[in-house]
Design a protein around this ligand. Sequence first.
Ligand code: THU
Length: 152
Amino acid sequence: MTDYGKLLEMAIERLPLSYVPYSHFHCSAMLLCSDGKLFHGMNIENAAYTPTICAERCAIFKAVSEGYRDFKAMAVVGCDESILSSPEFTQEHILPPGSGNSGPCGVCRQVMQEFCDPESFDIILGRSAEDYTVYKLKDLYPYAFGPADLNK
Ligand code: THU
């Protein structure tokens, strides 16, 4: 079983993979499937802006496209490019995806709602294996519209 601190560390290690020529803000997500399989996602931006995909959706779509739909948790981190590439960089500069206490964007929460159990899916936000908080999807995305509203 991958522990959540390790999951967060893996997301941090992969931050430089993001393609962010426009926002210069790197995001990285490690998705843990219920069987222990891991998928990584990062934000991939586009000159036309709207085709940009967030790290969280990238990870989920990679997993779903490989036949995985049973998810346990996701660790998400973000960091400004100027800090990430500077010699001054330390893990203290890692942020949850936005800044301060923010979390995944609304579109990504909606995609999580599609594939994850809101009661049990854990979202891990923090800056190191020792400094993170675990949130349930139901708490980050209350009153969500989801599959249960259509599949009656
Ligand atoms: N971004 C993510 O990848 N995840 C989030 O939860 C918030 C925002 C990306 C999208 C865009 O490439 C950049 O961060 C700035 O919004």
